[in-house]
Design a protein around this ligand. Structure first.
Ligand code: C2E
Ligand code: CA
Ligand code: CA
Ligand code: CA
Length: 279
């Protein structure tokens, strides 16, 4: 038994070493990526359920690594959050998305809004509000064209502090949405207390439509509650016609998912916008 214990210990340390080595490699690579313009944004269209037009898009970061190819945010966002690199990365994402959207609005009449993800870690920076305000001024994008997506867990880390920042953002005219809605704690409390404009129903609920009665009841209830509170509802992860049909009967406002489009490059979104909105 003694021997086995020892081997287990070695096994775990080896695995841990490999993991922390990978994290260190990613951290070093990310620092390099920021300096060398290896980050880029893809945009996933959000479709107005009544008009069928692309009215908004979510900006999703990617990393074009010279050897590893296109790296998914699932692989590097947590490292960026732990190391604090999410702060400069987040500013880069925000500036890039705002600049792009301003250009789309002026040259193509495309997108009344862009959605950008904010990590909990970014709320710990003392100047988050000033930074966002400065980016809007610098890029010329109207604050009402920017929607910030935050998760309930981000809010929960320091509710008082987060609330104060969210109030400043809302006074400036920025829209706030609760991302992955339904997966965190205290959803209802925060809906009432926080100055949010919309909720995004998590993909995990959408994917069970139309087979799981429980998920459908939940989605129906979330939409009804949100509308009662005068909030917009976006469904994420819409993949099938059956899901679309159900969400439409429930008057879900915006639809996002592979059924319409995967996240695409800015150039591809422009083409798609011209084709779909022009019809
Ligand atoms: P998220 O905010 O929940 O973003 C939605 C994710 O679902 C995206 O993954 C998107 O590609 C994927 N998705 C969209 N529609 C469908 C669908 O119909 N089916 C399926 N199976 N998946 C769908 P992605 O781009 O890999 O991003 C993963 C996560 O990384 C995001 O989840 C978000 O939490 C984080 N992330 C991405 N970009 C940023 C960023 O700029 N800042 C921060 N803080 N986080 C980011
Ligand atoms: Ca999101
Ligand atoms: Ca989400
Ligand atoms: Ca999600």
């Amino acid at each position: 038994a003694k021997e086995r214990g020892k081997n287990n210990y070695q096994f775990y340390t080896k695995e841990m070493t490999a993991r922390s080595l990978e994290r260190m490699t990613i951290e070093r690579g990310l620092r390099h990526a920021l300096l060398n313009n290896e980050l880029l944004l893809h945009y996933q269209p959000q479709i107005d359920s009544s008009s069928g037009c692309i009215v908004s898009a979510e900006a999703l970061v990617r990393w074009q690594h010279p050897e590893w190819g296109l790296v998914s945010p699932i692989r590097f966002i947590s490292v960026a959050e732990e190391t604090g690199l999410i702060v400069p990365i987040g500013i880069w994402v925000l500036r890039t998305a705002c600049l792009q959207t301003k250009a789309w609005q002026e040259n193509h009449g495309l997108l009344s809004q862009v959605a950008v993800n904010l990590s909990a870690r970014q709320f710990l920076e003392h100047d988050l509000f000033e930074t966002i305000k400065a980016v809007l001024e610098e890029t010329g994008l109207n604050p009402s064209s920017l929607e910030l997506e935050i998760t309930e867990s981000a809010v929960m880390q320091d509710p008082e502090r987060t609330l104060a920042i969210l109030q400043q953002l809302q006074e400036l005219g920025i829209r706030l949405s609760i991302d992955d809605f339904g997966t965190g704690y205290s959803s209802l409390t925060y809906l009432r207390r926080f100055p949010v404009h919309s909720v995004k129903i998590d993909r995990s609920f959408v994917q069970d439509i139309p087979n799981d009665e429980g998920s459908m009841t939940l989605v129906r209830a979330i939409i009804a509650l949100a509308h009662e509170l005068k909030l917009d509802v976006t469904a994420e992860g819409v993949e099938t016609e059956a899901q679309l049909a159900f969400l439409k009967t429930q008057q879900c406002d915006l639809l996002q998912g592979y059924l319409y489009s995967r996240p695409v490059t800015a150039a591809q979104l422009e083409i798609m916008g011209g084709e779909i909105n022009g019809q």
